[in-house]
Every structure is written in C-alpha cells, then in structure tokens.
Design a protein around this ligand. Structure first.
Ligand SMILES: Nc1ncnc2c1ncn2[C@@H]1O[C@H](COP(=O)(O)OP(=O)(O)OP(=O)(O)O)[C@@H](O)[C@H]1O
Ligand SMILES: [Mg+2]
Length: 505
C-alpha cells in the first residue's frame, strides 16, 4: 500500500516537473490543440513570441496565428490534415503576432494519439526572424562577393590583353604618320592608309572599352558640369540615337558638379544611348536625367549625382540581366554588337568611385543609373587644342624599342630634338648632362624604378623640369592624379602636341 502511494507521488512529481518545464520554456511556443485546432494549453514561450496571455488565447482557434492570405487559402486546416496523414507537419513561414506584426516562424505540428484515437496536436513554434535575416544578408553578401570576384578575374584577363594590344596599336598608328608623308601623291596608297587608320581607330576604341572595364584606364577625374557636358556632346548623342528615336533631357539646374573623367563619361553616355536606341526598333524616347543623391550605404557614403538613361524599349529578360555587364556579352547579331558597351560603363562608374544600376521591365523599358561622386572643385572647361610647334630637347624614357621609334618620329615631327633612354636609371644619368628641356616618360617600365618614381625623383633634383608621363594603362596612374600630366596610349600627334603645350614651364 505504501509502495503504491509512493509510485503515485513519483508520477505526480514527474508530471509536475514536466509541466513546469514546458510552461517555462521561453524560446519555443509549446502548446496543445484539440483535434479541431482549438488551443488547449499555452506556455511562456507562446506568450513571449506571439504576445497573447493564456487567458486571451486558451479556447481560441490556432488559425489566428496565420496571415490573412494563408487563412483565406485554408492553410491552417491543411497543416492539421498533413500532420494527421503523415505523422508530422513541418514548415517555415510568416506568422502574425497579437500586435499584427509578422515574424518568420519555424513550425512543427505532431498529432497526439491515446489508445489509437486522435486527441489533439502538439505544436512547436520558434521565432527565427533574426536567423532568417542574417541568412538572407549572408546570401546577398556572398552573391555580391562572387560577382565582384568574377569581375576582378575578367578584369585581369581583359586588362592584360588590352595592354599588349595598346602597344601594338601605338606602333601602327604612329608609323602611319610616317607612311602618310611618303604617300602624298599615290591615291591607291592613300586609300589603303586611310583604311588602316580607320581600323586602328576602331581598335583603339575597343581596347579603351576593355581597359575601362578592367579599371586600368588612366583617368583624369575632374569636376564636370553635367548640363554643359551634355550640351557639348548633344550632336554626337543625336547622331547616336538616330532619327526614329527622340532624345529628352531632365537635368535640374541645381544638379551638383560630377567628379569623373570627361572622355570616359562621354563614352559611357554614348554607349547607353546607343543601347537604348537598339532596344527601340519601332522608335521611342531616351531620357537623360540627373538627380542629386546623399548616400549612406557603404561603400557609397556622401554626396553623389545619379545619371539616369531611360528608354521606352523592349526591356531586358531576367535571365539576361545578370550578364549584361560582362565583356563580350551581347544579344545582338554578329557584327552589330561586341558586348563591350556596358562593360565600359561598369568599369568607368566603379573607377570613378561610384556604381551603375539597372532596372528593367519587359515591354516597358529600361533605366540605367550611373552613380558618380559629387565634384568639389569648380568645373573647368577644357582648354581648346592649339596648333603647336615646339623646339628644344626632350628626354624620352621608353623601354619598348618599337614604341620608342614611333614616339621619336612624332616628337621630331613636332619639332623637338630627342634623346632616348630605355630606363629610369639611364634617364637620371642623362639628366646630369645639361640641355634637356623636358622629360617624356612611360610609366610602366622594367627595372627598379618606374616612370612615376622617376618623375618624383626628378622633381626633387630638378624642380623646374617639366615632366609628361605616358601609359597604356596603370593602376599606378590612379595615384598620379594631379601630380603629373598623363598622356594615354595610343595617342595621336595632336594629342601629344597638346599635352606638351599644357606642360607648366
Ligand atoms: N537599354 C537596353 N534595353 C534592352 N537591352 C539592353 C539595353 N542595354 C543593353 N542591353 C542588353 O545588354 C547587352 C549588352 O550590352 P552592351 O552595350 O554591353 O553590348 P552591345 O550593345 O551588345 O554591344 P556594343 O555596345 O559593344 O556594341 C545587349 O546586347 C542587350 O542585350
Ligand atoms: Mg552597347
């Protein structure tokens, strides 16, 4: 008798501690439903997560935790049916708290049987909103990282190829000048030369797009008045859109100046406008707009100007959208597109310290938005090129003998005497002997000292000596900004002459 009593007491004790446990668990809503879904028990976790006290919720139907749409679709009843049929129901989804706010829930429903008869359901709900948010954030970051790694790898590749190409083009275009002089009275030769010239220019333009994509273009960022810039290239843009497409502008007069490389900006605009035209085979409108933006999302923090190029064209299918900025991705027929336009836009925007975004709706149109940092200095107009004939002696520092030959040819045509050395060390020796009026040096060179270090060294030992740098591409060039003028390869004779004319003396 005494034993039976003690057994009963043990049972009572263990049930009590179990009830205390369930009631006390704060991280899980643990409760029972009757076979119809009416709530018959409640714990502190339920109160904490969903906001109801036991008095409020006991006797209510559990469907009130579901969203209105889920209720309308009969989801609560379906959950119980599945639990009964399969022995378990599991789901992650939105649920509603007492105050109407949503949380992302992990839900388990188990049917409870006694003597083979269903007496109700055990329900466990966890609030995993934070975990889900963290997960989503992580996924977004991983996607972004993968994206930027892909672009970096592509950039390495295209940048390398483009750099080599640039040196070749430099040689071709430079030698053409010499050929041209000799072909003055042979029309056949002249035609051939002009064909080579056109092809070289096209090659140089493509190489430039590639270099920009790889963010290895040497750039000269400066403050730009966007309205003025657009007005200046209005004719080119008009020609770009063609006759069936209307060009509209939406640039408020209080738009801040932009800080970017002028010619890259112009190329980017033209690339976007031509794309817009191609997306509107039956005509339409391209609108170029600008907005001031204050951003606070790392890495873009501060004042920016957003430039929108909006079309009313075909739109971009979602499976294409992911690839459009990749070099050589094109949906246009062979000969129509090289797939480099948007690559240039992408590289330009990022190198300028901004970004590019796209929003598109099939059948409605596409908007590309280039976000660029606000320019702080006063926008300056470019000084027009002057016809210039020089005199004096230039020290040319160039490691590639073929490029050197061409540069010497161009410099001599401009009227200079040229002394050439192949590296920075030799240049420093050469400068010892007098008679050099300015130095023209490549930036990327083999040896201990590159063109930039040479320039800095020269500035120390010969402060008054003008220095002009040249480069096909260079990450270094980004750091040179403002310190020394840089000429982009391949350059033409008038560009060389203008750059020399602008040297401070
Ligand atoms: N405004 C637009 N509307 C619809 N699709 C576009 C638009 N802009 C770009 N695209 C799509 O993105 C692709 C890539 O564009 P991108 O400018 O890089 O190359 P492309 O225009 O094909 O060739 P390229 O500009 O080198 O001549 C296009 O082929 C097209 O499918
Ligand atoms: Mg294009």
């Amino acid at each position: 008798m005494a034993e039976k009593f003690s057994q009963q007491r043990d049972l009572f004790e263990s049930e009590r501690s179990f009830r205390l446990l369930v009631e006390g668990v704060a991280d899980y809503a643990l409760y029972m439903l009757d076979p119809n879904g009416i709530i018959t028990s409640w714990n502190i976790g339920g109160e904490r997560i969903k906001g109801y006290s036991p008095e409020e919720i006991l006797g209510q139907h559990f469907s009130r935790f579901y969203t209105e749409t889920d209720r309308a679709n009969g989801k609560p009843a379906r959950a119980l049916a599945i639990a009964r049929e399969k022995g378990r129901y599991e789901e992650e989804g939105w649920r509603v708290r007492k105050d109407g706010t949503f949380f992302w829930a992990s839900v388990v429903i188990d049917p409870i049987y006694e003597d083979g008869r269903l007496i109700g359901f055990a329900k466990i709900t966890r609030d995993i909103t934070e975990r889900r948010n963290a997960q989503l954030k992580l996924e977004a970051m991983q996607k972004q990282l993968a994206e930027s790694q892909k672009f970096d790898a592509l950039g390495q590749l295209t940048g390398g190829v483009a750099h080599d190409f640039n040196n070749l083009l430099m040689i071709i275009s430079g030698s053409l000048h010499i050929l041209k002089k000799g072909a003055a009275d042979d029309p056949k030769l002249e035609r051939a030369i002009s064909a080579i010239e056109t092809a070289t220019k096209r090659g140089a333009a493509l190489t430039n797009q590639l270099l920009t994509f790889a963010r290895r273009q040497s750039v000269n960022p400066q403050a730009i008045d966007f309205t003025e810039r657009v007005a200046d290239i209005r004719e080119v843009l008009d020609a770009g859109v063609g006759s069936s497409v209307r060009l509209a502008f939406d640039i408020p007069s209080d738009t801040w100046p932009i800080k970017a490389d002028v010619s890259e900006l112009e190329t980017a605009l033209l690339n976007l406008v031509i794309n817009a035209r191609d997306a509107m085979p039956d005509g339409g409108t391209v609108t170029i707009g600008a907005r001031n933006l204050v951003l606070n999302e790392a890495p873009l923090v501060g004042d920016f100007v957003a430039i929108d190029v909006r079309d009313t064209g075909l739109g971009i299918p979602s499976d294409v959208l992911d690839k459009i900025f990749e070099p050589f991705f094109t949906t246009k027929p062979i000969g129509k597109g090289t797939g480099l336009g948007l690559s240039q836009v992408h590289g330009f925007a990022h190198q300028a310290g901004g970004t590019v975004k796209v929003a598109s709706e099939l059948g409605k149109g596409t908007t590309f938005t280039i976000v660029l940092p606000r320019g702080t200095d006063m926008p300056s107009r470019e000084t027009p090129g002057v016809a210039f004939r020089g005199s004096g002696t230039v020290l040319l520092v160039e490691d590639n003998p073929d490029v050197a030959l061409v540069s010497i040819g161009l410099l001599e045509q401009l009227g200079y005497q040229v002394r050439r050395v192949a590296d920075a060390e030799a240049a420093l020796r050469e400068i010892e002997s007098d008679g050099v009026d300015f130095v023209f040096s490549d930036i990327v060179m083999p040896g201990k000292m590159d063109g930039l270090s040479l320039a800095h060294r020269l500035r120390q030992i010969r402060p008054g000596l003008p220095i002009l740098l040249a480069t096909g591409y260079s990450e270094v060039a980004a750091g040179v900004r403002g310190d020394f003028p840089i000429l982009r390869k391949p350059y033409e004779i008038h560009e060389l002459s203008e750059a020399i004319a602008k040297l401070p003396r």
